[in-house]
Design a binder for this molecule. Structure first.
Ligand SMILES: Cc1ncc(COP(=O)(O)O)c(C=O)c1O
Length: 428
């Protein structure tokens, strides 16, 4: 049996950094990534046979836990019928219908293979539909690794962003405006200066890429108003929050607090694929008519709407639509978060935490942060010690302080109790 260390050394010889997506490399926390051999329910098992309670859940998709029988059955059946056709199938219609039934802000949806592809296409669609070029994104929100989205704030308000990745030409970033999350004044000033030129604003409604930071209600309300006033489209990136924070996603949550609230374009991924490569973007017919083959905004994909991925997504949506599913998941997640807060308080550790549905975040900070700058003021050394303490105790948390966590339907009372017991030692 190969050890994690041996596998990591072997991987680094043939794969840059030994991983196929950077955060898996444990660079932020140090140490050796665990090579996962299999998953079952709430657990994953590494190459050395060690079991972990999994709070990453493939970064969100595994809302039912690993190997849910109904999902496995649906996938096995789909595989027998064929892996890919590059031609339309009835299952794509079924999945589109299932998604639209739960997302009233959308009349139509286009299926793609990754969240990156979906957000990239959504921005192209917004630009094509409005005939405008510039757009706003917020610091700390991640929308995939498209050139124009790998951008950090410029030196002042209403200046253009700078690429955060080498290989991105500055010209590519010159139409991207980066503002602080939850900062209403900056938003107003930016719209006042650039409003008529803005194609869209893209936002994570509950940001899961700076741990877990909610858009405040005043911020969300103003964002909607300003977009409508200036004819810019509001894009909700629900790749992470979609069907994860609730059956109606984050937009349903905000609509329950701000009556009538709707984004113009929504992007989904993760849960709608149930662990297979699948994502989607959609909106009202008026907007979607601009997409090829109806309109002039080109977008395509060899594996888009893949028959196995759609079977996996459909089976997953069916399970999470069962009555009471989200009530149970939310209660469990809340129990975890409240338990962690109590343990931290007993140990005198500054700690704050929040959750919605099956998504949660915690901070080694006395109060919940409102933006990226505050998230990153966390004591990193302390976070890393906590992370490794938990990992050694068989609790698999995200290996970076700016990532959200995920609870699945498969997590049991015993798993939560084991997690809190481990936290009690790790925070001591
Ligand atoms: C909010 C959000 N948008 C987009 C993406 C990109 O999705 P993918 O990794 O499937 O390309 C992610 C990935 O984590 C995400 O969290």
């Amino acid at each position: 049996m190969a050890t994690n260390i041996e596998l990591f050394e072997r991987a680094q010889r043939v794969i840059p950094g030994g991983v196929n997506s950077p955060v898996r490399a444990f660079r932020a926390v140090g140490g050796t990534p665990r090579f996962i051999a299999r998953g079952e329910g709430a657990y994953i098992y590494d190459a050395e046979g060690r079991r972990y309670v999994d709070y990453i859940g493939s970064w969100g998709p595994m809302i039912l836990g690993h190997g849910h029988p109904a999902v496995v059955e649906a996938v096995q059946q789909a595989v027998r019928d064929g892996l890919s056709f590059g031609a339309p199938t009835e299952r794509e219609i079924e999945l589109a219908e299932a998604i639209l039934a739960l997302v009233p802000s959308m009349d139509q949806v286009r299926l793609v293979s990754s969240g990156t592809e979906a957000t990239m296409s959504a921005i192209r669609l917004a630009r094509g539909a409005t005939g405008r070029t510039k757009f706003i994104k917020f610091e700390g929100c991640y929308h995939g690794h498209t050139d124009a989205l790998l951008v950090k704030a410029g030196s002042g308000l209403a200046t253009f962003g700078h690429p955060t990745s080498s290989g991105v030409p500055p010209e590519t970033a010159q139409h991207t405006l980066v503002l602080e999350y939850n900062n209403v004044e900056q938003l107003e000033a930016c719209f006042a200066a650039q409003g008529p030129e803005l194609a869209c604003v893209i936002v994570e409604p509950i940001a899961g890429n700076m741990n877990f930071v909610r858009a405040s209600l005043p911020f969300m309300r103003r964002l909607r108003e300003l977009c409508s006033q200036h004819g810019a489209l509001l894009i909700f990136d629900e790749v992470m929050t979609g069907f994860r924070v609730g059956l109606t996603s984050a937009q349903g949550h905000y609509a329950s607090l701000l009556p009538g609230f709707e984004p113009d374009i929504s992007v989904f991924g993760k849960v709608i694929g149930g662990g297979m490569p699948l994502a989607a973007f959609g909106g009202k017919r008026e907007v979607m008519k601009h997409l090829a083959p109806l309109g002039g905004v080109y977008q395509a994909g060899t594996l888009s709407g893949n028959p196995v991925a759609t079977a996996c997504g459909l089976a997953t949506l069916r399970e999470i639509s069962r009555p009471g599913f989200f009530d149970a998941l939310s209660a469990k997640t809340r129990q975890l978060v409240d338990g962690l807060k109590a343990v931290a308080s007993d140990n005198g550790v500054p700690f704050s935490a929040d959750c919605q549905g099956g998504m949660f975040g915690f901070f080694l900070l006395p109060e919940l942060p409102q933006n990226y700058g505050t998230v990153m003021s966390t004591d990193k050394e302390r976070f890393n010690r906590f992370f490794h303490g938990m990992l050694d105790a068989g609790i698999y948390l995200a290996p970076a302080l700016y990532e959200a966590g995920f609870v699945s339907a498969a997590h049991s009372e015993a798993d939560l109790a084991a997690t809190l017991a481990a936290a009690r030692s790790a925070l001591r």
